[in-house]
Design a protein around this ligand. Structure first.
Ligand code: FES
Ligand code: FES
Length: 154
């Protein structure tokens, strides 16, 4: 099956089996290995990417069904630089396996302001789909609040 995708601003044509997941196209066809596979069933958020404005687990999405631009953690790297730095400096990053998906979701939170980010409970609720076994989330929440307040080196 041949279809078109726009990934990180670049249109591309993909020829693959109809049931191929977006995660596999990103990693295996396009070399974008930022999105990670962990659970493979939509529970952990390690594979999160942006489809249009939504942060979505790419392991649950059929690539051929995607009809909006995709942004991966590589595509938002510059825009999310302050957030990434804050995560590293404020204890929001340890082993790093969850980090690419978490950066995508956190960046979407900071830019969309879908909830009041001054309330840590709102951030914790919004991150319910992004599992982190290392940090306990306090550093993650602090980093998101830092980025939402304008960023800069913590
Ligand atoms: S690998 Fe996609 S949600 Fe866990
Ligand atoms: S930093 Fe290790 S799982 Fe989040």
């Amino acid at each position: 099956m041949i279809f078109r995708l726009v990934v990180n601003g670049s249109p591309t044509t993909i020829d693959t089996a109809p049931a191929t997941r977006l995660l596999d196209v990103l990693r295996d066809r396009l070399g974008l290995t930022g999105a990670k596979e962990a659970c493979g069933r939509g529970d952990c958020g390690a594979c999160t990417v942006l489809i249009g404005e939504r942060a979505v687990p790419s392991c649950l999405v059929l690539a051929a069904r995607v009809d909006e631009p995709v942004q991966t953690v590589e595509g938002i790297a510059a825009e999310a630089a302050g957030l990434r730095e804050a995560l590293a400096d404020m204890g929001g990053l340890q082993c790093g396996y969850c980090t690419p998906g978490l950066v995508v979701r956190a960046h979407q939170l900071v830019t969309s302001r879908e909830c009041d980010l001054s309330d840590p409970d709102n951030i914790r609720r919004a991150l319910a789909g992004n599992f982190c076994r290392c940090t306990g989330y306090n550093g993650v929440v602090a980093a998101i609040q830092h980025a939402a307040a304008g960023g800069g080196k913590p």
